[in-house]
Design a protein around this ligand. Structure first.
Ligand SMILES: [Fe+2]
Ligand SMILES: [Fe+2]
Length: 222
């Protein structure tokens, strides 16, 4: 936004603007140039991973890498669905959710660094795959596109609950981040449901679960 130029400030985005903004989002996601709009929910601490032994730190690092990949995919899905959406209100809803997901991405990225872990080497692949799926969902119809969001967010919510069961009890920082992300994902699903989501056919839900399983198992290690 340019404060001194009212024309540029109020001009609606053209299709080319949106494509460029989407490309910018992809580059930011994959290069780690993200800034959270909300403060990280992790409690402040001088040595954030100092209370964990090596095995706990490795486990937390692996689980947070999986969560970081999930957020890379969330960026791709929401950016693609926003780009594909024909309805401006729906596009705005996807863009709003994408901003929450940017916070999640920045928080998990920060926690990976604190744990001495790295992001997945396959992030470009995950991003490209999720973008393609999001684009297809977004071009079908609005109700199905929203149904895809509901199913994705519910699967992510269950996955995050599974990580809360596995994260070391002492890793309060990772746990606080995952808790807040889970709350946000529940809200994203609720908003998509309220906006008119259609239920997805069972085979599609099962295919989404299988794809998520491949991603989470691989990202634990790579
Ligand atoms: Fe998220
Ligand atoms: Fe979400």
């Amino acid at each position: 936004m340019l404060p001194g130029n009212p024309t540029l400030r109020t001009r609606p985005m053209s299709p080319l603007d949106r494509i460029l903004a989407t490309a910018d989002g992809a580059l930011r996601t994959l290069t780690g140039a993200n800034t959270a709009a909300r403060p990280c929910p992790a409690p402040p601490a001088g040595a954030p991973a100092a209370n964990l032994d090596d095995a706990q730190r490795r486990l937390s690092g692996a689980l947070m890498r999986v969560n970081h990949v999930g957020e890379v995919c969330a960026q791709a899905l929401y950016h693609a669905q926003a780009l594909a959406a024909r309805d401006p209100a729906l596009r705005a809803q996807f863009e709003h959710a994408a901003r929450d997901e940017t916070d999640h991405l920045a928080w998990t990225q920060r926690r990976l660094v604190e744990l001495g872990a790295r992001g997945s080497l396959l992030n470009p692949l995950w991003y490209a795959g999720a973008f393609g799926i999001g684009w297809l969902a977004g071009r079908t119809n609005d109700a199905l596109s929203l149904g895809f969001v509901v199913e994705t967010e519910r699967q992510v919510e269950r996955h995050l609950q599974g990580h809360l069961d596995r994260l070391p009890e002492h890793d309060r920082a990772s746990r606080a981040i995952v808790e807040r992300m889970k709350e946000d994902e529940v809200e994203h699903a609720r908003q998509a449901q309220q906006a008119g989501a259609a239920p997805l056919p069972l085979p599609l839900k099962l295919a989404m679960r299988a794809a998520a399983k491949v991603m989470t198992v691989t990202a634990h290690y790579v």
